[in-house]
Design a protein around this ligand. Structure first.
Ligand SMILES: NC(=O)C1=CN([C@@H]2O[C@H](COP(=O)(O)OP(=O)(O)OC[C@H]3O[C@@H](n4cnc5c(N)ncnc54)[C@H](O)[C@@H]3O)[C@@H](O)[C@H]2O)C=CC1
Length: 437
């Protein structure tokens, strides 16, 4: 067992959710290994996935999904919806069970485990909800494997992750958990984690690169622009994000999108806002300094554009979410035939529009690019549209024939995607990265 004590936000034993009841004490990790799932976890690389549940979901025959995979995915989604409101407590229990099964995993987490455990939990459950759709599953697995490798997870630890996941779910799902549900979860985990385990086992390239902070410019008390020179260029595409770890906050990885298209010298520019309660973003804005060594996880993310796409493009970016949009526009400016593109860049106040000048310069030079700035609180400025981003976007045109990229806070992405869907934009035209809150 790791000597490092768990933080007060973690559970202390199997019967007492200490995160809720005893927040002030430092606690020791769970020492009881949870009972294994009634259906054994079998990762397809080594065995075959379990067969269909012996007792399929009750309900009208028409609602029973056609395949065992669809049944498992649906059952996972339904149970997850029930437990998600308790995600923090669930994540603490999951972490404590995982550390009791695989003590070496503790060293991969910071002292306060809730947030990274929540991330790991979601990164396992999300692909489990798509085991009936091989393309969607593959699309989830590839970036997650990179993130798991950057975290330091090893292939042989996936089984412990599965047992801890089922153990935590068994505890928190209450009346929504029964033998068929457990079977469905085990099946979905086996189908989702199998390819992850195999990919982690097969990976030969280094999971993490390193770079040096060569510039730190503070734009305001909560905003900064940082430049990082990687030791060797990180092979990313415009619009992708990297997970990064900074020396001030070891083992607390965060996604960060470069604000420039890939450059020959590999230099990376990041725009960071210190969010309330954000340990890492605050440290990046207030304490990062030139000379710091950052660790850079592999690139990932769904924001990107096909040069051969035929639809016009709409990009909507909120605050520092403008960074990948600037990178994409810079990249498109190098294409022989850029796609007609409209960018809405929003901020609460004008100072939030950190990439506005550079986008304006691009728009002045390139007729394929149109730009609108939106400010919630900028009453005297006639150059910006008033209101929130979704309102301004929907008011300004019919986007149903466009490819749409969204970049910003989860709340802004949710609100903008909903407004566009209601306005007739098909779901499969809309792309964003699912950064959880
Ligand atoms: N690849 C990506 O998707 C990236 C996402 N981000 C995320 O973008 C966010 C940026 O945060 P800030 O700079 O503080 O900007 P912010 O959250 O203050 O957002 C500014 C803009 O978003 C709109 N907005 C925010 N919440 C909204 C809501 N609930 N409904 C409608 N509109 C809303 C505002 O009207 C404003 O135009 C962070 O959460 C960061 O993690 C940052 C970089 C890249």
């Amino acid at each position: 067992m790791s000597a490092e004590p768990l933080s007060p936000e973690e559970p202390g034993d199997r019967d007492r959710p200490a995160a809720v009841q005893r927040p002030a004490r430092r606690l020791t990790p769970v020492r009881t290994v949870p009972p294994p799932p009634t259906t054994p976890i079998v990762l397809p690389g080594r065995h075959t996935a379990p067969e269909q549940a012996p007792d399929p979901a009750p309900g009208p025959a028409a609602e029973v999904p056609a395949t065992p995979e669809a049944h498992a995915a649906r059952r996972v989604r339904e149970t997850w919806d029930e437990v998600e409101p308790q995600i923090d407590e669930l994540a603490c229990w999951f972490a404590a069970l995982l550390f009791s099964l695989a003590p070496e995993v503790r060293a991969l987490f910071p002292a306060r485990v809730t947030e990274p455990a929540r991330r790991l939990l979601r990164s396992i459950v999300l692909p489990m909800t798509t085991v009936d759709r091989p393309d969607a599953l593959r699309a989830h697995v590839e970036p997650l494997v990179r993130e798991h490798r950057a975290l330091g997870l090893r292939a042989e630890q996936y089984e412990a992750i599965g047992v801890a996941l089922i153990g935590a779910m068994r505890r928190f799902a209450g009346e929504h958990w029964d033998a068929p549900t457990e079977h469905a979860w085990v099946r979905a985990f086996s189908l989702a984690a199998g390819p992850m385990e195999q990919a982690v086992r097969a990976a030969a390239d280094p999971a993490v690169a390193e770079g040096t902070v060569v510039g730190h410019r503070r734009l305001s008390w909560d905003l900064a622009v940082l430049h990082v020179a990687p030791d060797v260029p990180v092979p990313h595409r415009a619009g992708q994000y990297l997970t990064v770890e900074i020396p001030q906050r070891p083992r607390m990885w965060r996604p960060l999108s470069p604000a420039t298209a890939p450059r020959p010298d590999g230099l990376l520019e990041f725009h960071v806002r210190a969010v309330e309660g954000g340990w890492v973003s605050r440290a990046m804005v207030a304490h990062a300094a030139t000379g710091d060594r950052w660790r850079l996880g592999p690139p990932a993310g769904r924001l990107g554009l096909d040069p051969h796409g035929t639809r016009d493009v709409l990009m909507v970016a909120g605050g520092t979410g403008g960074a990948p949009v600037l990178a994409l526009c810079e990249d498109m400016a190098r294409w022989p035939r850029p796609r007609p593109c409209t960018v809405f860049l929003g901020g609460r106040v004008p100072e939030d529009l950190t990439v506005l000048d550079r986008l304006q310069a691009l728009a002045a030079e390139h007729p394929w690019l149109a730009l609108a700035a939106v400010c919630e609180d900028d009453p005297l400025n006639e150059r910006t549209l008033p209101g929130t981003l979704p309102d301004a976007v929907v008011r300004s045109g019919d986007w149903s024939g466009h490819d749409v990229l969204l970049s910003g806070s989860p709340a802004m992405i949710r609100a903008t995607a909903s407004a566009l869907l209601v306005d007739g934009v098909p779901l499969d035209h809309i792309r964003y990265d699912p950064f959880a809150e």
